[in-house]
Design a protein around this ligand. Structure first.
Ligand code: UT7
Length: 327
């Protein structure tokens, strides 16, 4: 039986830090409100000349190097993002050119903050089908480009960054991506969307004046869905693999809000020592969140060979997803 497994991982976040103290000078907020409601202390912001594909390429180089491969070994490239360089061509084609990956199928996946796990799921299936051998799977976003820094209810939450994994075919039956579960439920654009710039509301002077090119979010409504759906999809992964929560070595959830992370962990029965958290340093980086966290967890020794790692995420759509990985 063919499985796919992670041969390399890497991430990249811009150097520039936007701290809570910096935000106090921009909107009516406080360090105490941001930390107590979200757990976020600071986030990274890309310089003007840095594009989504640049961050994706930096993360990808590290993943390819760790996998001991050359860019030419990659035959499939999927980028999960909601902040593409431009509407088309796809960001994956930009990354392909940037890295000199000559022959690969390349496309983007738009699944909100679940973009990385959706991309992982598609790559895993295509590898299992025997059609591809080495996939580069990226989750990346430059949310600062679509964040309204006059809206205190959203601007304190988001940051920029991305991560990548090299996923390769292997024949070890108990190692690699053990499962992926992806879900969506349309009809929730009222709670999270970017209204303008698409066919529904092309760019106009009015759309710019009304700040319609920025994220609009009803946070407290989304919060309730997040805790429920993340709990359900994590359970789905555990049950599908005939495991118990105690069997999981590390839970790496979407880094949107420490209160969502803690509430989900509690529902699932995971002590916080088994939960990886870096939302304090980066805020919510959307599709970048899971691969950045996975990379940090691996490089800091929190993930060891053969550990069982559970990831899950939720985002605009709504979309939500989980995966269980035997590292
Ligand atoms: O990545 C996709 C998944 N994303 C999420 O799941 C995000 C989910 N939502 C959340 O993380 C939280 O709902 C937020 C952090 C966005 C907001 O926390 P909350 O506890 O739900 O606060 P709230 O929106 O109910 O707002 C409470 C109060 C309001 O004031 P009033 O109406 O009670 O007087 C807001 O105006 O806090 C006020 N507020 C702020 N105050 C200081 C909102 N933003 C701020 C701010 N600083 N930055």
């Amino acid at each position: 039986m063919i499985r796919s497994s992670i041969k390399g991982i890497g991430s990249y976040v811009p150097d520039k830090i936007l701290s809570n103290e910096d935000l106090l000078k921009m909107v009516d907020t406080s360090d105490d409100w941001i930390v107590s409601r979200t757990g976020i202390k600071e986030r990274r912001i890309a310089d003007k000349n840095i594009k989504t594909s640049d961050i994706a390429a930096e993360a990808s180089k590290k993943a390819i190097e760790m996998a001991n491969m050359k860019p030419s070994d990659i035959d499939l490239l999927i980028v999960g993002t909601v902040t593409p360089d431009m509407i088309f061509p796809s960001t994956s084609c930009m990354v392909q050119n940037n890295l000199g990956i000559k022959k690969a199928a390349a496309f983007d996946i738009s699944a909100g903050c679940a973009g990385f796990i959706y991309s992982l799921s598609v790559a895993d299936s295509l590898i299992k089908s025997g059609q591809f051998k080495n996939a580069l799977v990226v989750g990346v976003d430059v949310l600062s480009r679509i964040t309204d820094y006059t809206d205190r209810s959203t601007c304190v939450l988001f940051g920029d960054g991305g991560g990548a994994v090299v996923l390769s075919a292997n024949n070890e039956s108990d190692r690699g991506i053990l499962s992926t579960h992806i879900h969506s439920e349309g009809g929730h654009d009222d709670i999270l969307k970017l209204p303008a710039g698409g066919s529904n509301m092309p760019a106009s002077i009015g759309s710019i004046e009304n700040h319609e090119h920025y994220i609009k979010m009803k946070g407290s409504e989304l919060f309730k869905y997040a805790v429920n759906y993340l709990n359900n999809v994590a359970k789905e992964a555990i049950e599908y693999n005939n495991l118990n929560p105690e069997d999981i070595d590390l839970f790496v959830p979407h880094q949107a809000n420490i209160r969502i992370i803690e509430a989900t962990a509690k529902k699932l029965g995971f002590p916080m020592e088994k939960v990886f958290v870096n939302v304090n340093k980066y805020g919510n980086t959307s599709s970048g969140s899971i691969p950045i966290a996975l990379d940090e967890a691996y490089r800091s020794g929190r993930i060891k060979e053969r550990d069982l790692v559970l990831i899950d995420a939720i985002g605009a759509g709504l979309t939500w997803a989980s995966s269980l990985i035997r590292w």
